[in-house]
Design a protein. Structure first.
Length: 102
């Protein structure tokens, strides 16, 4: 194994839940903040609890909208490439005299 490539290990890393529950465990970071733990998760408690699904959905939709703006069709990419090539050709000197002037 290579030496000095491993992250620092914190055997007493503090984990804090949004419900206020805290516990320690070993981790590569000294402090971890979580939204749901075993003390407040509906599966473990047996109680129905509203989780912030709306915020997660909104964040996902915003991320998806941002990603879709960047997507170009194949024809658009070809057209951009073509216009770039034409501009490069027009920027080149037409004769040897023009080349020497630069």
């Amino acid at each position: 194994m290579k030496a000095k490539i491993h992250p620092k290990w914190y055997p007493e890393a503090k984990v804090t839940c949004a419900c206020g529950n805290t516990f320690t465990l070993g981790a590569a970071v000294p402090e971890i903040k979580i939204e749901v733990c075993s003390a407040c998760h509906p599966f473990y408690t047996g109680q129905m609890k509203f989780l912030d699904a709306a915020g997660r959905v909104d964040a996902f939709m915003a991320k998806r909208a941002k990603a879709s703006k960047k997507v170009l069709s194949k024809a658009q990419r070809r057209e951009i490439k073509r216009t770039k090539r034409i501009k490069e050709e027009l920027a080149k000197p037409a004769s040897l005299k023009e080349l020497r002037k630069k």
